[in-house]
Design a protein around this ligand. Structure first.
Ligand SMILES: [Zn+2]
Length: 266
């Protein structure tokens, strides 16, 4: 029996072109690497449905989020919202999202993004499930839209947080938790994040690969896309930055994720 604490990966894009045909192998390697539970990210109606199917096929191991990513906000209409409402009722769905705002590339117009986000925020408040949030280059609008919802008691994680100290502190003050990806292992792009994490309390952090994206740079030269089996490298980077033991980081982050998303115990 392995007494290392089990890892929880709160963000894997199993629907991505790089991972879609490989679920069984990905889950086997994740298990071997100590990743006991994984949240499959839903970013559209189609990928949310796939996430729910994966969760049904892998009970106690895979859980789903269901939502429409800001890139796909143009696909949000009343019929999509009705379909999402059905998905959010599924016991396999542990979070509303991925939802939020992304003004970096504006694949959907900011107006469409705000509308889709607003609808998903209202639903989260109604059904009482936490939010799986995405924010890129949209801090002011994102903060303004979330503040009243969070003040009303809705909880959530700002997934793949890549911001600086001030943004991290603003989210923490609102009551949101922070998801950390391999961005924290990037000595160039991750500089602001690496400074910011030092001031994030251990009971507010979550680990996620965001696979197939953001392969951890501290994992050495690797071929192929990122995958949940690489999650431990993010904990290793955090442990070094926070001057803590890796197992202490994993134990805390996994407990935070189980509590936030009501996942079963190890
Ligand atoms: Zn995202």
């Amino acid at each position: 029996m392995d007494d290392r604490p089990a890892l929880v990966d709160i963000g894997v894009n199993f629907h991505s072109a790089q991972l879609v045909s490989q679920t069984a192998a990905l889950l086997a390697r994740a298990k071997a690497a100590g990743v006991a539970q994984i949240m499959a990210t839903g970013t559209s109606l189609t990928s949310s449905r796939l996430a729910v199917e994966l969760a049904k096929a892998n009970p106690q191991v895979v859980f789903a989020t269901a939502g429409i990513h800001p890139h796909d906000a143009k696909s949000h209409d009343p019929s999509a919202q009705r379909a999402l409402i059905e998905l959010w009722k599924s016991p396999q769905v542990v979070a509303v999202g991925e939802c939020g705002l992304d003004y970096n590339r504006n694949f959907s117009t900011p107006q469409a993004q705000r509308h889709a986000f607003d609808q998903q925020l209202s639903a989260a408040a109604e059904i009482g499930k936490p939010l799986f949030l995405h924010c890129r280059d949209a801090f002011a609008d994102f903060h303004d839209m979330l503040a009243p919802v969070v003040a009303d008691g809705v909880r959530g994680v700002v997934h793949c947080f890549t911001g600086d100290h001030a943004e991290a502190q603003a989210f923490l003050e609102m009551g949101l938790d922070i998801g950390i990806t391999g961005w924290v292992t990037d000595l160039q792009r991750g500089q602001a994040l690496r400074a910011a994490v030092k001031a994030i309390p251990l009971d507010r952090l979550h680990l996620e690969t965001d696979a197939p994206y953001l392969a951890p740079k501290n994992a050495g030269a690797r071929r192929g896309p990122n995958e949940p089996a690489h999650l431990r490298w993010i904990a290793v980077a955090l442990a070094a930055l926070l001057d803590r033991d890796v197992d202490e980081i994993i134990r805390a982050c996994s407990a935070n994720s189980r509590r936030m998303f009501a996942l079963p115990g190890p």
